[in-house]
Design a protein around this ligand. Structure first.
Ligand SMILES: [Zn+2]
Length: 513
């Protein structure tokens, strides 16, 4: 039996101006990786691909990988890029016994608002009966075509996503079990008219913690696979929002009952999924006060000579410009406020500004350089634009920007920040990069000689994923509302295509609208 395993993964922020072309899916290569090289690269990694490969190894099957195409979140995928990726998968789909697909679930292309559903529809057109397993991100915005075309669908149970490998494993095993006749999967899906805020979706916190615990209970007892998708709200598409998919062993009534229970539970907690904002000036001054209080307390009480560093840094979260939700990673307002309020000993990750990186490189290590940092990419979807920051600093270090991920998300895979460097402005070290990467692994600092635990403050362009690698290191987290396409101020965003009414954009009386 021959199984095709492939990835087409992109979370599309329809408000993001960042262009999503083939280069973005190619991980710094000419084209996305494939074949034996891809199998070796993804075996035993913390990824859905890794989980699929493991599932296949437990059965008597051979595998091939036509393409592994994953890109950091950004704007709608270019049509030719989408067609290239899809063609590689379709080509393989006509000559195999089953397919395992590592998809995202929130991919929007220039032509299709349900990129995954369109791929699955096209596979069904050439291979009507082939079993298909799909692994999806928790931020998937589910469309009927996904459920109608796939045999089994499994989504992550964690955010940050530290169970990508076990998601691939759950989907892969469920598919292979159905093929050897152990189970007969049947799927039911449903959604609720709500857009949970990304900052309130973490599975360390109520209400998603409780929801995912119930999901795990269902999966451990009667159901084959259960997934609750919190959805991705920064996508102005019809089916954005929270949904569930339940797979049972030939029991659609049970699937419907379990799905409804989860949707009711999520709907009842809809108000807890709403995020309350704090003005930027206030957040930064609160962070500063925590740092200053710590110096006073510790220097006066610690007789062993330990300073406040032992308590871990204070993390300022520039979450409106979150890389992992399609941020341009170059808005300057939080950094500007940090400098204005004169916070000392800060490490910042990161600014996507290839022009400044090249300027730093030509100036040379140790040189003083004046740059216009950030705000390079206009954000037409937003009323409020970022402004470039003129800074004079010292080029402290340059690097090729590659390091191995060592945390529970992407462990075993190489991270690539592109050509990058550190610009030191007084005691503020700013990492400037040429490829967007989400700072979930402290390796993004350590690869450049910055030990994050030794700094008083960190600033990260992240929302929830920083928790994977940074939560154990930091003492306090201060959420800072800057400027960016991941804004929590929904009045800045024009929602024209999402189904209405939907909470919290509208008052909605019941889960059924
Ligand atoms: Zn996600």
């Amino acid at each position: 039996m021959h199984i095709v395993i492939a990835q087409m993964s992109h979370e599309t922020n329809t408000f993001s101006p960042v262009i999503t072309d083939l280069a973005r899916f190619s991980g710094g290569r000419d084209l996305p990786v494939s074949g034996q090289e891809a199998i070796e690269m993804y075996t035993d990694t913390a990824s859905s691909m890794g989980g699929f490969i493991q599932a296949a190894s437990e059965f008597d099957v051979t595998i091939s990988v036509p393409i592994v195409a994953g890109a950091a979140p950004s704007g709608p995928v270019e049509d030719e890029t989408y067609e290239y990726i899809v063609s590689k998968i379709i080509e393989a789909a006509v000559a195999c016994d089953a397919i395992m697909l590592d998809l995202h679930g929130a991919m929007v292309t220039k032509s299709f608002e349900d990129g995954e559903g369109e791929l699955l529809r096209r596979i069904r057109a050439v291979a009507p009966d082939i079993p298909i397993a799909v692994a999806l991100d928790m931020h998937a915005n589910i469309y009927p075509a996904i459920v109608e075309s796939a045999t089994v669908v499994a989504g992550y149970h964690t955010y940050p996503h530290v169970d990508m490998d076990s998601t691939g494993l759950r989907a892969g095993r469920a598919l292979l079990n159905s093929m050897v006749g152990t189970t007969t999967p049947t799927m039911v899906w449903g959604n609720a008219p709500m857009l949970p805020h990304v900052m309130r979706q973490g599975t360390d916190d109520y209400p998603n913690k409780a929801l995912q615990e119930r999901v795990a209970e269902m999966e451990a007892s009667d159901a084959v696979v259960v997934s609750l998708f919190t959805g991705f709200p920064h996508a102005d598409i019809y089916n954005a929002g929270l949904s569930v998919i339940v797979v049972t062993d030939n029991d659609p009534e049970l699937a419907k009952r379990l799905g409804d229970e989860l949707l009711d539970q999520a709907w009842n907690d809809r108000q807890v999924f709403v995020y309350e904002r704090e003005p930027l000036e206030q957040s930064v001054s609160r962070a500063k006060a925590i740092g200053e209080e710590r110096i006073t307390t510790n220097y006066s009480t610690d007789t062993k000579g330990n300073d406040d560093v032992d308590q871990g840094p204070i993390l300022l979260l520039d979450h409106y410009d979150n890389t992992a939700s399609g941020g341009t990673m170059d808005t300057t307002e939080v950094l500007a406020e940090i400098l204005r309020q004169d916070l000392q000993d800060v490490a910042v990750f990161g600014f996507y500004d290839p022009e400044v990186v090249l300027q730093m490189q030509s100036a040379g290590i140790g040189s003083s350089v004046t740059v216009s940092l950030g705000a390079k990419l206009p954000m037409p979807a937003l009323e409020e634009q970022s402004k470039p920051l003129t800074l004079t600093g010292r080029v402290k270090l340059m690097s090729d920007g590659r390091f191995p991920a060592t945390v529970a998300m992407s462990r075993g895979l190489e991270m690539n920040m592109g050509l990058c460097g550190i610009l030191s402005v007084g005691t503020v070290d700013i990492v400037v990069i040429s490829r967007h990467i989400e700072p979930f692994d402290p390796g993004c600092f350590r690869a450049l000689g910055i030990e994050p635990t030794q700094r008083k403050y960190l600033m990260l362009k992240s929302r929830i994923h920083y928790r994977v690698g940074f939560m154990p290191l930091v003492k306090e987290v201060v959420e800072c509302a800057g400027v960016g396409v991941c804004t929590s101020d929904y009045s800045q965003l024009k929602f024209e295509n999402v189904r209405r009414p939907i909470f919290p954009l509208d008052g909605v009386n019941s889960r059924n609208g």
